[in-house]
Ligand binder design. Structure first.
Ligand code: CMC
Length: 431
């Protein structure tokens, strides 16, 4: 069978090239523009990568028009209902669901790497008490590279695996320590008898003076949130990790760059911004005013937690979270949480508005996650940190996939230069 191609003609020279069309398992086909660059000497311009596949990947698939999200082929709704975060982490890293022995062994490995070096703890003292926990995460996770520099050869697959395990295991410890620093409480060591999320709650909320019992509802809710946040193919932070990693850089430093990219309000920072926005709107009677602000092109305000680059129908993660909001609020006696009521009303009004209908803007994962985190007692400046813990799994899975690919090359975009034309240096006295 002949392979599909697109023919591209340069009208100025009548030269033609055949561009191979490549098919994936699902989704739109992509055009390999290599021959265009090689034979015609053109590059493409695609700010924001709106139409560009930066790599091939076998980890996660999104169909934005249908609202589908698959991890290694499995629909997110099924994983959310039946799986656990640790099992999903194994799936994303390995490609297959583990059997019981594999799962137990993976869980043991992750739980045995939870401690951080005592010297790393001293780093926290250098941060001001009111430093944003995300800024601490960027610094401390990056600093892990100093502890595992000589022992991490990125060309050694076993070293890569150990680095991946260390990152997944230590993120909750560093996150909890960032929180403890901000509230002036002593760090709590991990308890490896607890589950991944139970341990995080213990490290965040226990103190040496009182007995602390992990709330099973909070533990389960956190686990579900982490499943939903674990991966999302080539989003800004994952692409940042890939780009940093493509130079052969230390993986701990690469993940720190991912945390940086995640922090922005257009990406993972939207969960904190969405809750702040709901607080600012304050009452149902103000919704119309804020919807109008979000539509006004002269006003930088956007409805936080709304819209997505890929989802143009619905974000399946938001649907799961919407239902979960009901359950979590009911279980902690806050069924009538005014913020949740406000969010539901805002969603209802926005979804009937022509502007949001035409632009296909729907609530995304960050619209409801903040309400759940708040109900679990997580302070709002820790919301994006929670996202970062879960997304670390996706980041390391993509980093590993990229480095293991024999065809890997350093990521190096081109540009359309529009600066001054070449000119001669003018001496200071002649300017
Ligand atoms: N409120 C009002 N208008 C919006 C919004 C919004 N939340 N989102 C997009 N638009 C408008 C935008 O002004 C543009 O209008 P026009 O075509 O007239 O210029 C149109 O919709 C398309 O938006 P875009 O910014 O070109 O789309 P994008 O794919 O570049 O951006 C986005 C996607 C998520 C950055 C954007 O929708 C946004 O800023 N949303 C609010 C922040 C947010 O919730 N981010 C979380 C994303 S999901 C989780 C994650 O990635 O971490």
């Amino acid at each position: 069978m002949s392979k599909k191609t697109l023919t591209l003609t340069d009208n100025s020279t009548d030269k033609q090239v055949e561009l191979p069309v490549l098919n994936g398992t699902h989704g739109a086909s992509v055009v390999d523009i290599g021959p265009m660059v090689r034979d015609l000497g053109y590059f493409t311009l695609d700010p924001g990568f709106k139409a560009t596949a930066s790599c091939h990947s076998s980890i996660t698939y999104i169909d934005g028009d249908k609202g589908t999200l698959l991890y290694r082929g499995y629909p997110i709704e099924q994983l959310a209902k039946k799986s656990t975060f640790i099992e999903v982490a194994y799936l994303l890293l390995d490609g297959e669901l583990p059997n019981k022995t594999e799962l137990d062994s993976f869980q043991d490995i992750i739980l045995s790497h939870t401690m951080i070096n005592e010297s790393l703890k001293k780093l926290f003292d250098g941060f001001h008490h009111d430093a944003h926990p995300m800024s601490i995460m960027v610094g401390v996770v990056g600093a892990l590279s100093a502890f595992y520099h000589d022992s991490t050869d990125v060309n050694n697959s076993r070293h890569r695996e150990i680095a991946a395990h260390r990152l997944i295991a230590k993120m909750p410890t560093i996150a909890a320590a960032s929180y403890k620093h901000s509230v002036g409480q002593p760090f709590q060591y991990p308890k490896n008898s607890l589950s991944y999320c139970g341990n995080l709650l213990h490290m965040m909320f226990s103190t040496p003076c009182e007995k602390y019992e992990v709330d099973p509802v909070a533990e389960k809710a956190l686990d579900l949130l982490f499943i939903l946040h674990a991966d999302h193919e080539q989003n800004a932070s994952t692409s940042t990790v890939r780009l940093a990693g493509s130079s052969g850089a230390n993986p701990f430093a690469c993940i720190s760059s991912g945390i940086t990219a995640l922090w922005g309000p257009a990406h993972g920072g939207a969960n904190e911004s969405a809750l702040n926005m709901l607080n600012e709107i304050g009452d149902v009677s103000n919704i119309a005013k804020y919807i109008a602000k979000s539509k006004d092109k002269k006003d930088p305000f956007r409805l936080m937690g709304f819209g997505h680059r890929v989802y143009k129908n619905h974000d399946p993660r938001a649907r799961v979270l919407r239902n979960m909001c009901h359950e979590v609020l009911k279980s902690n006696g806050n069924s009538n949480d005014p913020l949740f009521e406000l969010a539901l009303r805002l969603e209802e009004i926005a979804l009937k508005d022509d502007y949001f209908i035409e632009k296909k803007l729907y609530p995304n994962v960050d619209f409801y996650s903040g309400i759940i985190y708040k109900a679990l007692g997580i302070p709002s400046n820790m919301f994006t940190v929670m996202f970062a813990i879960a997304r670390t799994v996706g980041w390391v899975a993509h980093w590993q996939e990229m480095i293991a690919d024999p065809a890997m090359v350093i990521g190096r975009p081109r540009q359309l230069y529009r600066g001054a034309a070449q000119r001669d240096y003018v001496g200071l006295g002649q300017r």
